[in-house]
Design a protein around this ligand. Structure first.
Ligand code: SF4
Length: 257
């Protein structure tokens, strides 16, 4: 068993994506290769942050959460969790090695910015939640790496029901930029197969101006029922960040390990 830097672990409802509202337990890893201007986990971006935890102990923590709280959904997040593929593999392998519990129906999600190859982690993950960054993130997003990752998932046999894409937007204009062409080109292997595409207003907008946030959601919802390149190829879901609306701060949640 190895050690890995973890910022925090906490139980909360899943605030984003098509498992929104689902009680989940999160492991937030340290380190990220991007620096999105609207990042709400800046504290998780350095590889030296958090504490070094042994992977076996993390797995034990997840196991005891499942037994004590009944939570079956586990989320590897960050930062960028794919900085730590070996550690994630060890955690899940150790978790599943505890076969003394009858048919544990645990489900693992990974939340990634889509710039790393999935490597061996691929066989352990039930849901790949992939969030490439549009120009509003103000980063030079490497679309070629995203394309490479999507292709790798396809080659590993990851099916449409195991993938969701998520775009954080500040305005409708973000969906009219050349980035969208790059996004559509890279995601071709998963077109027209009912993969969810989450359109998610930037949570910072809610903090600054709630009416503007609701107006943007309304515009996205109106746009979602029209035929266009995104709606032709994906199951669009216009969703908020529920934890932002509910003002749930994961850092205030109960520490579990
Ligand atoms: S990819 Fe995620 S963790 Fe990294 S800087 Fe962007 S928002 Fe923050």
């Amino acid at each position: 068993m190895s050690f890995v830097r973890v910022i925090d672990t906490f139980s909360a409802i899943q605030g984003e994506g098509h498992l929104i509202g689902t009680p989940s337990h999160f492991v937030r890893f340290a380190g990220c290769n991007l620096n999105c201007t609207w990042c709400d986990t800046v504290y998780a971006r350095t590889l030296t942050g958090g504490d070094k935890l042994q992977t076996g102990l993390i797995a034990e923590g997840l196991w005891s959460i499942m037994l004590s709280k009944g939570i079956r959904h586990f989320v590897f997040t960050g930062g960028e969790p794919l900085f730590h593929p070996d550690a994630i593999s060890e955690i899940v392998e150790e978790f599943w090695s505890r076969t003394d519990y009858p048919t544990p129906q645990a489900h693992f999600t990974i939340e990634t910015n889509g710039t790393f190859l999935p490597k061996q982690v691929v066989k352990y993950i039930g849901l790949w939640s992939i969030s490439p960054k549009l120009r509003n993130a103000d980063v030079s997003y490497p679309w070629w790496k995203f394309e490479r990752m999507v292709e790798a998932l396809r080659l590993h046999g990851v099916g449409p029901s195991q993938v969701q894409f998520k775009l954080v937007v500040d305005s409708l204009d973000d969906l009219r930029q050349p980035d969208i062409k790059s996004f559509l080109k890279a995601t071709r292997p998963y077109h027209r197969s009912r993969v969810p595409l989450i359109l998610q207003p930037n949570g910072n907008l809610w903090r600054k101006n709630r009416q503007a946030y609701l107006d943007l959601m309304t515009k996205l919802a109106q746009g979602a029922i029209k035929k266009h390149a995104l709606s032709r190829n994906f199951d669009i879901q216009v969703l908020p960040q529920l934890h932002v609306l509910l003002n749930v701060d994961p850092k205030r949640e109960e520490e579990a390990i």
